[in-house]
Write a protein that binds this ligand. Sequence first.
Ligand code: NAD
Length: 437
Amino acid sequence: MSALETLEQRIKDKSAHLGVVGMGYVGLPLGVAMASAGFRTTCIDVDPRRVERVNRGESHIQDITNEVLAPLVKSGLLDASTDPAIIAELDAVSICVPTPLRKTKEPDMTFIDKAVDMIARNMKSGSLIVLESTTYPGTTEEVALHRLEQGGWKVGKDFYLAFSPERIDPGNKTYTVVNTPKIVGGITDRCTEVATIYYEQFIDRVVRVSSARTAEMVKLLENTFRAVNIGLVNELALMCDRMDIDVWEIVDAAATKPFGFMPFYPGPGLGGHCLPVDPHYLSWKAKTYEFYARFIELASEINSSMPEYVFQKISKGLNQQKKCINGSKILVLGVSYKRDVGDIRESPALDVMELLRRAGADLSYHDPYVDQLAIGSLQLSSCSLDSRAVSSADCVAIMTDHTSFDMSSIAAGATLIIDTRNATKNVGGDRGHIVKL
Ligand SMILES: NC(=O)c1ccc[n+]([C@@H]2O[C@H](COP(=O)([O-])OP(=O)(O)OC[C@H]3O[C@@H](n4cnc5c(N)ncnc54)[C@H](O)[C@@H]3O)[C@@H](O)[C@H]2O)c1
């Protein structure tokens, strides 16, 4: 049997030992999907606390409950490790490490570099390596392949290499790792073939594309599409503000068109590890081809100006009531980057809060998913959302519309509300104190 046939056989008969490098928002749900399909799975992470917790059956990711994780750990199907030596036992490994930006908005490839080097030093012959981290087109070939072949092994013969973007949407109860179609593109046709067979074992639908570069670009199109459309609707919100038209009503009415329109909603800016970051990976790469990605840059400019716009809205709202930001009690509701998740990475709420802090506001916040927060030098804890907290605030700023918020009682008790998410849409009665984005 050839190395490829052996690997295929081990994947198909579920005797393959699978691995995930990096067990965060992406890696842990993926490892759980593999183990749930009956594969012995090991998640490797550099964070010993995460590893210890997972080995006790305790999840650090909101979408994975302990009820799901613990039985998999107890049965021996899933475990976690900080030890790179375990890679020598793995038949296939998916890499899910962070891909942040440097301050200069250039890709920070250090996590991928380290993860790939660790695999290169330990992998066994005939194994499959798949990069899942979102990155610029060419990474798998130019970075991962180069490093994996340094020891003299050849791709497509001694090991297999592919890119398969992760599309998980944290907090989404309808679409999960398992029922979201998975794009796969290998360095060689054999790589694509074996990576397809691998993912077909625990994902409902696998979509092959012609190369790793194509798969990398697919993910960047998806996220750039969202970032640009959010930029467009944010610009429309700024325009509507000048014209005194309700942007939310416009989008809702336009969304009744059954074809050719997809609603995107304005807000305080982009957040999370993906949308504010990923398009810059593409524009950075495009520049190396002397191509300037105008839509990406423009959308980024508009989206990143939104926190300042929200700050100005708060300032104007207070001014109407003969108050200024300095010394005013401002209660921020929701600090995570989107509804019903606890992820605060790149959250625009933090930018707005930092502007308010610098202007001398007396800041507090409530978020059921975020217990503690540092805004510059200020350490805050989530306050309870009772009627006193609402009525004693000079301004309630709704930054993220968690479903647990009782908007009617918040609106009834507040003096001034700045609503950046149209969370007060269905609130009746007097709305004179509510200012929408
Ligand atoms: N979060 C999302 O919603 C989402 C969705 C789709 C794609 N992605 C992409 O997936 C990738 C991972 O994102 P995430 O949100 O899961 O990140 P995360 O920060 O939640 O998790 C990354 C994990 O990798 C670990 N790690 C870092 N370096 C390592 C190394 N050298 N070896 C082993 N472990 C290492 C960290 O300790 C951490 O546990 C990124 O490229 C991101 O753009 C994220």
